[in-house]
Design a binder for this molecule. Sequence first.
Ligand SMILES: NC(=O)c1ccc[n+]([C@@H]2O[C@H](COP(=O)([O-])OP(=O)(O)OC[C@H]3O[C@@H](n4cnc5c(N)ncnc54)[C@H](O)[C@@H]3O)[C@@H](O)[C@H]2O)c1
Length: 271
Amino acid sequence: MIKIGIIGCGFIGTQICSAIDSGAVPAEIFGIFDFSEAKADDVLKLLKNGQPKKCTPEEMIESCDLIVECASQDAVLKYALPAAENGVDLMILSVGAFQNPDFYQKVKGAAASNGSKIYIPSGAIAGTDGLKAAAAAGIFSVSVTTRKPLSGLLGSPYLAENKIDLSDLKEPTLIFEGTAAAAVAGFPKNVNVCATISLCGIGFEKTEVRIIADPTISKNIHELEVYGDFGHMKMTIENSPSPKNPKTSYLAALSAVSTLKKITDPIQIGV
Ligand SMILES: NC(=O)c1ccc[n+]([C@@H]2O[C@H](COP(=O)([O-])OP(=O)(O)OC[C@H]3O[C@@H](n4cnc5c(N)ncnc54)[C@H](O)[C@@H]3O)[C@@H](O)[C@H]2O)c1
């Protein structure tokens, strides 16, 4: 059984730990880490089979086969490179950290040189399989329109920097239009899907993003539109936000669990 370390004990980390604890993912939790001790303790209280320990990311890098990052872009920037350099596999949820091309290439290079793999789940979006296949030929454009309820956007640095106040919003309003690079920098906890789509397709600078704050909806809605040699793809997904963290869609946690199943399962379907 592979030994997994989990960095981040919020909504996604808890779902992953529960999936391993229930046996749905055949793996052993080596240890968990969160800079909030209380969050880590909450996860430990939930687990029924076996009691993983709280440990540091450094201990995980020494002893784990795979580290799952489900914490923040900061955690990726801090731990991804040393893990890859030590030959440890990684699963990354805070994908926006890879918006920096130098950092992305460094982590990729370290993984290639040291025999580790970096897994990026499809997360809160669908259509990544088609987009990756399409990218084998020419792609003319990729655009993502993200529509979120106000609770899914509050606290984003872009809102503070541009003095955008959402509190009195009564109708859907376009609050951002630009590259995926600018979107993940301005909304680091809200639009990881744009980062994943950029990595699958034509990159952070060419992927176009629109973000709409919509006080009339309760779902996180993403529309992906791609034109290329393959033809035209249009996909809409309406995600239920997690009850614990309105910025995160439930599907993101399910996708992380599904990726872990793929990693640990001898049969690979729909790859
Ligand atoms: N790829 C996707 O499609 C997708 C979708 C949703 C969320 N996400 C991202 O996944 C991550 C986890 O999401 P979540 O809903 O579980 O978030 P959450 O806020 O519920 O939990 C994150 C946890 O990580 C901890 N944490 C943050 N930075 C840390 C650090 N540097 N070291 C240790 N602990 C740290 C926090 O204390 C918190 O307990 C977030 O970065 C989120 O933006 C990705």
